[in-house]
Design a protein around this ligand. Structure first.
Ligand code: GLA
Length: 397
């Protein structure tokens, strides 16, 4: 194999598959599942908020073929070792199964929904999405795999249901109480657009991502973290606690993001705990920023969009407290650069990635400067790439 994931061309995957498993190349299907950035609307998908993510042109590829027996075999070009299971297994989380847990989690949810695998299957994967890096490598894996299995076995599960399967697998199998944003955009994303998703109703709308001379640059802190190890679930509980206080005081709301900023200012004194107050404030104002960002983008006002990105980062740093020195260094250094309209962390935070909106002629200089300052302060290098939008999960071969 000897290739790094970044150099990998998915056209090579069927050949690699045959080297691994034998048989005929015509029987191999290949699916591409994108990574995502969240432009704005962070940590509010699980608070009934609106979010504005985009699927991007970095993909995880899943090659799949049914088997004649009941064996399930997983291989990944990037990792040594093979995982073997059986369609009749009772899939349960097991730390030693590493990435296979994400796949078994999906199978457990598929089975729980009553779908029957009438044979085993084998897969070979490869990915150009940095693992654990904040652009949702895990959701790309969950949705790519779920879509591949669904199509290969003729279940034809629709895209929204695929997203829900991914989220349920995180909740019930992986132990992360994530929202629906990542799986949703990966299942339903469309090239050249970002998606405005209302997480309270799951209604969604595509907005053309017209950035003129500007591009999104993704910046990876290279600080590896796992959502389950982070304070993600704690943040979610804090929001629930703040919501409960407001409900107990008689507010008839089902989620924090139902509050407008002005309503929030009226009722915030009900929340006396400093921490809960900050968490709820972030949610209410972040939701408003999403609405403002979509309006700005539609009006072609990229400067306004940039300043909303900066405000979002500040709120995630000071009120939601999910950034840390690595993300703050990336975002704040970016914000000072010539040609950069705005920057913020993207995804869960606590490490992972940030995004910056940068003039296309300044991207190189931007990366050089931010890298220099980041390395000097943090002690190791960050990763950078300019991204374009990409389609949601789809069969490519
Ligand atoms: C992770 C979760 C999402 C969302 C973001 C924060 O990516 O999977 O559901 O909550 O964090 O916005």
């Amino acid at each position: 194999m000897g290739l790094t994931a970044k150099e990998y061309d998915p056209k090579d995957l069927p050949g690699e598959f045959i080297k691994t498993y034998g048989g005929k190349i015509e029987d191999v299907r290949v699916y591409a599942s994108p990574a995502r950035i969240n432009i704005i609307g962070e940590h509010i998908d699980y608070n009934g908020g609106k979010v504005f993510p985009a699927s991007i042109d970095r993909y995880l590829y899943v090659a799949i073929r049914k088997r004649a027996d009941s064996k399930i075999i997983y291989n990944d070009v990037r990792f040594p070792g093979t995982y073997e299971f059986d369609v009749n297994d009772n899939f349960a989380f097991d730390k030693k199964n590493d990435y296979a847990n994400y796949l078994n989690g999906i199978l457990s949810q598929i089975k729980a929904q009553g779908y029957k695998l009438d044979s085993g299957f084998e897969i070979l994967m490869v990915s150009n999405v940095p693992a654990g890096g904040g652009i949702s490598s895990s959701s790309a894996l969950e949705c790519g795999f779920a879509w591949a299995v669904s199509e290969t076995f003729g279940f034809n599960i629709d895209r929204v249901e695929i997203a829900k399967l991914g989220q349920m697998s995180e909740h019930n199998f992986m132990g992360v109480n994530c929202g629906i944003m990542d799986q949703f955009i990966i299942a339903t994303g469309k090239k050249n657009t970002a998606e405005m998703l209302d997480c309270a109703t799951l209604e969604y709308e595509y907005a053309p991502l017209e950035l003129g001379d500007y591009r999104f640059v993704v910046m990876n802190t290279n600080k590896v973290r796992k959502l389950s190890d982070s304070k993600y679930n704690e943040r979610r509980s804090q929001c629930e606690a703040a919501l409960k206080i407001l409900q107990d005081k008689g507010l008839s709301i089902k989620a924090l993001c139902e509050l407008t900023p002005s309503k929030w200012e009226e009722v915030k004194t009900f929340v006396s705990d400093e921490i809960l107050l900050k968490r709820a404030k972030h949610c209410v104002y972040e939701n408003q920023r999403v609405l403002d960002a979509v309006t700005a983008l539609r009006a072609g006002d990229l400067k306004k969009l940039g300043s909303l990105l900066n405000e979002s980062h500040k709120s995630l740093k000071e009120d939601y407290e999910v950034t840390g020195i690595e993300l703050d260094t990336l975002a704040e250094t970016s914000q000072k650069q010539e040609g950069c309209l705005g920057a913020r962390m993207t995804g869960a935070g606590f490490g992972g990635c940030a995004i910056a909106l940068v003039h296309k002629d300044k991207v190189k200089q931007f990366i050089d400067n931010v890298q220099k300052e980041y390395t000097a302060k943090i002690g190791y290098a960050a990763g950078f790439f300019q991204c374009e939008t990409g389609d949601g999960v789809t069969r490519i071969i």
